[in-house]
Design a protein around this ligand. Sequence first.
Ligand code: AMP
Ligand code: MG
Length: 415
Amino acid sequence: MRSAAEASERTLHGLAPLPAERVGLGGAHGRVLAESPRAVLTLPPWANSAMDGYAVRAADVAGATPGHPVALPVVETVAAGAFPSRPVAPGTATRIMTGAPLPEGADTVVRVEDTDGGLHEVLVHDGRDAGRNVRQAGEDVRAGEVVLEAGATVLGTQVGLLAAAGVAGVSAHRRPRVAILSTGDELVALDRLDEARAGKRIISSNGYALAALVREAGGVPVELGIVPDAIDWLRAKLHEAASCDLVVTTAGVSVGAFDLTRAAVEAVGGTIDFWKVRMRPGAQLGFGSVRGTPWLGLPGNPVSAIVTFELFVRPMIRRMLGQRDLFPRAIDCVAGEPLRSAGGAMHLFRARLDSAASPPRATLAGAQGSHLLQALARADALLLVTAEMTEVPAGTALRAIPLGERMTFAGEFPF
Ligand code: AMP
Ligand code: MG
């Protein structure tokens, strides 16, 4: 049986970022740049005022004090959006607003608070701004210069720069379309809640969870619904799924009499690369391809499905998106309580991290069955206990993968 690290390597082998496409700035957020965008515009486009006040010559106001104010005639008023029509000659001032272009001749904006605010003549009673409050043309960005590097993810903090620099669109890797297929006769979607209420079916929670996780990871979920444990149905749906960039199925991958996913993959001419991984939860993980499209067969148990998503599916999505750091990053922590593991395989406990402690203390988020969704929903980390550890006393140094918003990414598989 393969280790999780070996399995991960197999799933990523030969997997490349998806081709680039042009995308408008509105759709660029969260995408990885395939080319470095260059500024179309120079910023600021012209020298302009950093203050509401008076554009003057520094030499005229340098000595101004409350006791010896300087009086200057005001030649005009320039608002942001307007342009000056007259230069500032020695001994004159232009009333100017923040962002308005600086008149020729001026090298200073005296803030309005240091004046009497006069409209025809202004009294400057403080010279502290001499030579200041002018934003120079091009001091932020020059037209033609690279503003973000290829390979970077476009973040909210960067969209403003792109817009200001006139970059209306970027070249970014396409988002992977991820087919999600739940298998099992016992499953219904929430639109058949009455059957679940009547105790006849269970909700296919994996379908909902995986769609959300795919979206969270930057992919586009293609929800193909539920197929019964019947080979013909499975074949038909796998065919449909293969038009996506990645096929994710859940359940039907263990040794039950109706576990047909493997047979269905083979029946559509797919390949099986591996089957089973040395980890818990998530041992029942299949990987291969369907009509050339990579396929991951996740276990049916909801906790196992989500844990294997984080360790295997998310890195594949990130690779296709063009991200460089693919893997959830493990952090150091200590066991906040004694733990027991069956050994023989790496175990991932659903845990809570108390980050007020240093290193953070990990305690169990609840009972650890792979069907128990509450403990997973309460957990904010997966706590790693290696195959060699069976008794883990409180205080033992361990590693954990933070989940959800706390997850960060690294270039290497976490264990
Ligand atoms: P299987 O792999 O088909 O043996 O399924 C393992 C367990 O996971 C069974 O208890 C299934 O009922 C459950 N299961 C399978 N698929 C789903 C799903 N989509 N949502 C929630 N539970 C599921
Ligand atoms: Mg089943």
